[in-house]
Design a protein around this ligand. Structure first.
Ligand SMILES: [Zn+2]
Length: 361
């Protein structure tokens, strides 16, 4: 581990970062880390659509990063405890990678560890951080780095609070902060893709999505029952509807999750469920949503990602009928059901591994 700190301070700091209960003495700040962060903080807008990895040589990083950020993130440095303005920051928002803007930690998981370093009990998403062994300085620790650009961020320890019991001990210099928008931007979305139990469960784990309701849409009969829809005579599809905060997740990102949660090329069915009541549909509410959906489907078709054409219908929303109570939260209420075990849970896991950046847990 290289450090830009005085050698006499390094041992104390390493000790402190590995033992939350020991509070180090405050040291004098003599670098420009915080002024640099002040200049950048708030300049970002949060981009949760994790795209490709960011790869640069050390020379390239050196040109664009302030010296202290370079030393911490690219040379595995450690900042002095209590030197980061983020340590005492209690604002709502998201801490992002200083180097590449990847969302790393939510303020919701931040806690006061007493160590002098910003501390969190969980990363922002499955695409936030990597963990690797760090056996330098005679200690065995788990190093945390940015999954997108490989920036060194700090270490993770097993003495954190519930629910994870983990303490992500992070160098504040490696972070930027994007404050949460002052006002929510609530919209509704309605989709269909086979069994509504499965889709409801997937979307209930997506950041920015509220309670998800299972129901029926796209047909002609009022107040349809499960049996009528199942018989395939009403024209309805098993569907699901929810509110989402567009300041947290965009409609285009909901569509990415939606496609990842199914075989979007299967016509009139998903997995073992066949019939028009299991067809896949995007029920758009505005012309803008229609354009986002059709553009995205065209883009996926052109990409050649799937061997067949996308079979998802894009139709205007008319009416959503809530399904019977026993269909709501079905998977949470019937975790040992054989269909849930064999279809729903594997489908959930496939979706989560495909687009982990959108999953809260
Ligand atoms: Zn990064």
């Amino acid at each position: 581990m290289k450090s830009y700190l005085l050698a006499s301070l390094t041992a104390m700091i390493l000790l402190s970062c590995s033992a939350a209960e020991k509070q180090p003495e405050k040291t004098i700040v003599s670098d420009s880390a915080q002024s640099n962060q002040t200049a950048q903080a708030g300049a970002q807008t949060l981009d949760t659509s994790w795209s490709s990895k960011v790869t640069k040589t050390n020379e390239e990083w050196k040109k664009i990063l302030p010296p202290d950020v370079y030393t911490i993130t690219r040379e595995q440095g450690t900042e002095r405890p209590f030197s980061s303005k983020w340590y005492e920051n209690h604002e709502h928002g998201v801490y992002t990678c200083y180097c590449c803007a990847n969302p790393l930690f939510s303020s919701e998981t931040k806690f006061n560890s007493g160590t002098g370093w910003p501390s969190y009990y969980a990363p922002y998403s499955g695409k936030s951080v990597d963990v690797s062994d760090d056996n330098t300085n005679g200690m065995s620790r788990d190093e945390i780095s940015c999954k997108r650009c490989n920036a060194h961020l700090g270490h993770v320890f097993n003495d954190g609070p519930k629910p994870t019991g983990l303490r992500y001990c992070i160098d504040g210099v490696a972070l930027n902060f994007v404050p949460a928008p002052k006002a929510k931007n609530i919209h509704k979305a309605t989709f269909a893709a086979g069994c509504f139990w499965c889709e409801e469960y997937v979307f209930e784990h997506i950041r920015g999505v509220g309670d998800v309701i299972s129901g029926y849409a796209g047909g002609k009969k009022d107040n349809p029952t499960y049996e009528e829809v199942g018989a395939g005579t009403t024209g309805h599809a098993e569907a699901f509807e929810f509110e989402y905060d567009a300041s947290v997740i965009r409609y285009a990102d909901l569509l990415k999750v939606f496609l990842a949660s199914q075989d979007p090329t299967q016509i009139n069915g998903q997995g073992p469920d066949h019939g028009s009541q299991y067809r896949s549909v995007i029920f758009y509410r505005t012309e803008e949503e229609k354009k986002i959906a059709t553009d995205y489907i065209n883009q996926v078709n052109t990409s050649g990602k799937y061997p067949k054409k996308i079979a998802i219908e894009v139709v205007p929303f008319t009416k959503f009928w809530k399904a019977e109570d026993y269909h709501q939260n079905y998977i949470q209420n019937h975790p040992n059901d054989s269909y849930v075990q064999q279809e729903s849970i594997p489908r959930f896991m496939r979706t989560k591994s495909s687009v982990p950046e959108y999953f809260v847990k």
